[in-house]
Design a protein around this ligand. Structure first.
Ligand SMILES: [Zn+2]
Length: 212
């Protein structure tokens, strides 16, 4: 569902560019609105959410899908935790669909999906691992890497129940916004993937904005 809220970028309290292949990890406080902007189009932002007070509570794709009765995420979707609490709610979306089934790219999946020689290519899971070891203040480790959302990524479920990584439906300037219902640690890997059409074989920067 396309829903636009005209928050003014100039009024944002925070704005940062995240290059492709880099990560962004910060706390977004309850009541703040987070925007992820697909600056050049056809990018994928592989994102994890944790309760900032206790990161063992984290985003759950299973609970989110079951409660809304839809495998795709868009405006109006409450993003639920493994404890059934609303962590954030998608309040605006100019892309219209986001994936939470496909998982993040990893060196292992690069090998299975593409070729053995793709194993050493940079993947989202590497960026997440670098993020958690670079930010010991959050008390997280490899074991905390779990379900994620692939913002802007188009992963249609096929009629026979499979998943297909399809050409992106996002475009330059499309964005998604979420209102935080609790203090959340947000960990985004701006996907460096070069082997599938999720980012048009050309990873590009995203932007992160926060309004109080
Ligand atoms: Zn990726």
């Amino acid at each position: 569902m396309i829903k636009e809220i005209l928050l003014q970028a100039a009024a944002a309290s925070y704005r940062a560019t995240v290059p492709a292949g880099d990560y962004w990890m910060q706390v977004v406080k309850a009541g703040q609105t987070l925007r992820i902007l697909d600056r050049e189009g056809n990018q994928a932002a592989d994102t994890l959410f944790y309760n900032a007070v206790d990161p063992s509570e984290r985003y759950s794709a299973v609970d989110t899908i079951r409660e809304q009765g839809n495998v795709y995420l868009t405006a109006g979707t409450p993003l639920l935790s493994n404890l059934g609490n609303v962590m954030l709610e998608i309040t605006a979306d100019t892309c219209g669909r986001h994936d939470t089934l496909g998982g993040a790219c990893a060196t292992e999946s690069n090998t299975v999906r593409y070729a053995l020689e793709k194993k050493c290519m940079h993947a989202c899971r590497d960026s997440w691992m670098l993020a958690v070891v670079s930010h010991p203040e959050f008390g997280m480790s490899k074991r905390d890497i779990t379900h994620n959302i692939n913002f802007f990524m188009n992963v249609p479920v096929t009629p026979d129940g499979g998943l297909s990584f399809a050409d992106g439906i996002s475009d330059a300037g499309k964005y998604v916004e979420m209102l935080a219902h609790m203090d959340v640690i947000v960990l985004i890997s701006n996907c460096p993937q070069l082997n599938n059409p999720c980012n048009a074989y050309n990873p590009t920067p995203i932007e992160v904005l926060i309004w109080n």
